[in-house]
Design a protein around this ligand. Structure first.
Ligand code: ADP
Ligand code: MG
Length: 612
């Protein structure tokens, strides 16, 4: 396999749908996944226990909700886990399965390994959520070149689209997807795209509309049924939601949607009709909320509605006519829909990826932080000894990235050699009103009288990730701190790899003797080697092990290696074994069979010398 490091793909990892795109010599290309331009962000286990990702998983979500994971993005950055096939998985792990599916589609399409990626997140994603996204990318075997904001990506795609036109414009990017809402003010000046402000709600989207419609339908059903069939079951409720999502999509084009669902209960059918006007009334409270966010974004950027040149609609839910009408009405402008709202984010990510890969950049990107960051400290007079604990901001919302800012703090008593510092994200000086993103200790300060100066530096990199450094001014003693996020434990990559590898091993063990691989229907990839199979490399011969054999031997090698690790061996040997185990899990997770073979060969050599 030819290694191609210069390809950096762009990925829109959506709550509902994900998409992957790439810029090649002949332009931007959406990479189809299972023959479609977007893939539902759904992961499941089919009745035989095989892992399924995408449309197949979405299809079974109604009949087998216990074996399906939907909207995992809503849990990113939290410690909540989801159950699948009797095991529990972290949100990063589920997201990694989605990313892995996209990776394989790209590799099948391009015919070479794809390692580097730009992944998008909502502008309003906090530190924990961004870290989780980064970890999911790594777990899927990606080298995550950059995490960029979705509205930024959208504007970038638009900016690229207007190349040649030297228009200086102010854009309002309104992104209403399945699970998240984002609105951003973006300026394009001489090809430079700058996000000026961003607001949003990470828990608002088309999903909510589906649920509201399902509730409406259920109420109507109960009204006619009058409890005759004993109320509807949770599974029936899921069916209703799926049916009502289709009705909702119909209502984007038609004034009425007929809903017929047979046997909603054992004895009764549902038959009703929803008018677009009813639906509009239902969702207006949410839409009002989005308009409030928009006003705040305008205010933050210091832009009046009159100054907005264009409205850019992003996300499937913006196809709803009333969304466009309300926006246009509020801003007194017409919206534009020239770029497909489902694909624009992935396109922008691919354009950013191309720039990072050294291809001529169609636009330069300036991103901002959507939040202020600060630390907890005693606030008050110049000496800061008044006993008021507050959030002292170091980086202000709206600062262009990357940014590095420092502020001076002082110890509060004599010989204070250590201090515990909470880090906050948010605008309030009242700590409790902000999100506490971490807490850390600075230890080993000098014995000095109170007022010993300590410089706190916060840095946000181009991916929007936070780094903290504390330096004692007198001694120059610096402590760089990785934020151990509060209320959220950073993913342990090794543990996650093992967890997922087990899933693949089971999946593949079950698939032995069964050639009907769930994702063999890749369109247009006939001529390409199936990314799931060990490719017939130049040395391929009858002795090439099959995938199940490879996995079986990997599994037994891993067991032997783990047995050796608990014995007394030299640290060098232990480190080497751990590195090879890592390489082998990464290869299994990303289904990189040549890499797995290589790791196994090396592991087998090392074990040969260490085993009696
Ligand atoms: P996300 O960014 O959250 O992954 P998408 O941008 O893919 O989401 O939008 C998905 C949402 O858009 C879903 O709630 C879906 O029902 C909704 N949607 C898709 N097409 C339409 C349409 N024609 N009219 C209204 N809503 C739609
Ligand atoms: Mg989206």
């Amino acid at each position: 396999m030819k290694k191609s490091k210069e390809t950096v793909v762009g990925i829109d990892l959506g709550t509902t749908n994900s998409a992957i795109a790439v810029v090649l010599d002949d332009g931007l290309e959406m990479i189809p996944v299972h023959g479609q331009p977007t893939m539902p962000s759904v992961v499941g286990l089919d009745p035989a226990g095989h892992l399924i990702v995408g449309q197949a998983a979405k299809n079974q979500s109604v009949s087998a909700p216990e074996n399906t994971v939907l909207s995992i993005k809503r849990l990113m950055g939290s410690d909540e886990t989801v159950a699948l096939g009797g095991k529990s998985y972290r949100p990063e792990e589920i997201s990694a399965l989605i990313l892995g599916e996209l990776k394989r589609a790209a590799e099948a399409r391009l015919g070479h390994p794809v390692e580097r990626a730009v992944i998008t997140v909502p502008a309003f994603f906090n530190e924990c959520q961004r870290q989780a996204t980064l970890d999911a990318g790594r777990l899927a075997g990606f080298d995550v070149a950059r995490i960029i904001n979705e509205p930024t990506a959208a504007a970038l795609a638009y900016g690229a689209g207007t190349q040649g036109g030297s228009a200086n414009e102010t854009l309002l990017v309104y992104d209403l997807g399945g699970g998240t809402f984002d609105v951003s003010l973006v300026t394009v000046e001489n090809g430079v795209v700058e996000v000026r402000s961003s607001h949003g709600d990470t828990r608002l989207g088309g999903d909510d509309f589906d649920e509201a419609l399902a509730k409406l339908a259920e109420d109507r059903f109960e009204e006619t049924d009058r409890g005759a069939s004993g109320g509807i079951s949770p599974v029936a409720r899921r069916r209703l939601k799926a049916v009502m999502e289709r009705a909702k999509i119909t209502l984007s084009d038609e004034p009425f949607a007929a809903v017929h669902e047979e046997f909603l209960t054992a004895t009764a059918h549902l038959s009703t009709e929803v008018a677009r006007s009813d639906y509009e009334k239902l969702i207006t409270p949410w839409l009002e909320k989005t308009l409030d966010c928009m006003q705040r974004a305008l205010a933050d950027a210091g832009v009046t509605a009159a100054k907005v040149d264009k409205i850019m609609l992003v996300g499937g839910a913006t196809r709803t006519p009333i969304v466009q009408e309300l926006l246009e009405d509020r801003l007194g402008k017409t919206s534009r829909h020239e770029i497909n709202p489902d694909l624009i984010v992935a396109m922008g990510a691919a354009i950013q990826g191309a720039a990072l890969a050294g291809r001529p950049a169609p636009a330069i990107l300036i991103d901002i932080t959507a939040h202020s960051f600060g630390i907890g400290a005693m606030m008050g007079g110049p000496g800061m000894f008044m006993p008021v604990f507050g959030c002292s901001h170091i980086i202000r919302r709206g600062t262009p990235l990357p940014v590095k800012k420092s502020k001076l703090f002082h110890t509060v008593y004599d010989n204070q050699m250590e201090v515990k510092i909470p880090v906050f994200q948010g605008e309030s000086i009242v700590p409790e009103e902000n999100l506490k993103i971490g807490e850390f200790w600075i230890k080993g300060l000098s014995k000095a009288p109170e007022g010993n100066p300590v410089v706190m530096q916060l840095e946000i990199d181009l991916s929007g990730l936070l780094h903290v450094t504390a330096t004692e001014k007198a001694t120059g003693l610096a402590k760089s701190v990785t934020i151990d996020t509060a209320g959220h434990h950073r993913l342990n990559l090794d543990a996650a790899r093992t967890n997922l590898a087990a899933l693949f091993e089971e999946d593949d063990a079950l698939a032995v003797g069964d050639d009907s691989d769930a994702d063999d229907d890749e369109e247009g990839s006939d001529a390409e080697p199936d990314a799931d199979e060990p490719p017939p490399g130049p040395t391929a011969g009858p002795s090439q092990p099959s995938r199940p054999e490879l996995l079986a031997s990997a599994k037994s090698l891993r067991r032997r290696a783990e047995a050796i690790l608990v014995r007394e061996i030299s640290p060098t040997d232990a480190a080497e074994i751990r590195a090879l185990l890592d390489a082998s899990s990464t290869a299994i997770t990303s289904r990189d069979w040549p890499a797995l073979q290589e790791a196994d060969d090396k592991l087998s050599d090392v074990l040969f010398y260490l085993e009696d």
